[in-house]
Design a protein around this ligand. Structure first.
Ligand code: PLP
Length: 249
């Protein structure tokens, strides 16, 4: 398949790979010579066109983009057996209950596919599938001022640092406090969740209102199943890896 970096700029995209020169794929201007090279090759044949132009797309925007991509592919002088429209379906970390509208997107794709019955349309969703399947759980080591210092950090879960956001979380209170000194805690305040690394960049959530957070509590980061552990600076300064638990439902 030829990956093509088509010049479409979807509105509201969080990350746009297409539409400007980049390391991803051929420019539109390169496509005729690539097709000519394939036509002459005895070993290679064109299987299709591959695109992945942006991420953070709401369903209506993803559909408009898909229509533009299909339009372009159909204008090529060759038949395109397969067309990959890419991923990039939005995940809203600020509003976790706001899900990508798969029903709208699916029926829209169904309509589009009627315009090109001999072309298989493919999508390659990443985070919109897996983000909701993972949780990152760690312990509060200490609470001071409005900081809760976690046993984990961005070396185990880099999503918030990579996206520069406050990652959604829940505090799970733990009743036991086995130490003879007073339990550090913050009540009815705004907490910043810091990891245990020696860098001020090790922040997982900032200034979030909480009713109570205490040393020894668990913090559960939801929506941790995409670009979390896999993009983390694992074993940073020889800190440990997290353990992994797979739940059967
Ligand atoms: C080629 C390609 N396809 C699909 C995806 C998935 O993107 P997302 O997780 O935004 O759906 C990526 C992510 O980088 C990608 O590079």
């Amino acid at each position: 398949m030829l990956r093509v970096n088509l010049p479409f700029e979807p509105t509201g995209a969080v990350l746009a790979m297409g539409g400007k020169p980049s390391q991803f794929g051929l420019t539109v201007a390169d496509v005729p010579s690539a097709l000519a090279a394939l036509a002459q090759s005895r070993a290679l044949r064109l299987h299709g066109i591959h695109t992945h132009l942006a991420s953070g797309l709401a369903a209506p925007v993803a559909l408009t983009l898909a229509a533009d991509i299909l339009d372009w592919a159909m204008s090529l002088p060759v038949h395109v057996p397969e067309l990959t429209l890419g991923g990039g379906m939005a995940v809203d970390y600020g509003q976790p209950e706001q899900l990508f509208d798969w029903t709208l997107f699916g029926s829209g794709l169904d309509e589009l596919s009627k315009l090109a019955p001999d072309t298989i349309l493919r999508i390659e969703p990443g985070r919109a599938i897996s983000a909701y399947c993972g949780y990152y759980v760690t312990v509060v080591n200490d609470v001071k001022h409005n900081f809760a210092i976690l046993n984990g950090g961005t070396h185990q879960f880099r999503t918030p640092a990579a996206k520069s956001h406050s990652h959604p979380f829940q505090v799970v209170p733990v009743a036991e406090w086995p130490y003879p000194w007073p339990r550090p805690e913050l009540t009815n305040g705004h907490v910043t969740l810091a990891g245990q690394l020696c860098t001020p960049k090790d922040i997982l959530a900032a200034n979030v209102p909480v009713r109570r957070i205490s040393a020894g509590d668990l913090v559960v980061f939801i929506m941790a199943g995409a670009y979390g552990w896999n993009i983390s600076h694992q074993e940073f300064l020889m800190h440990r890896k997290p353990s992994f638990h797979y739940l059967k439902t």
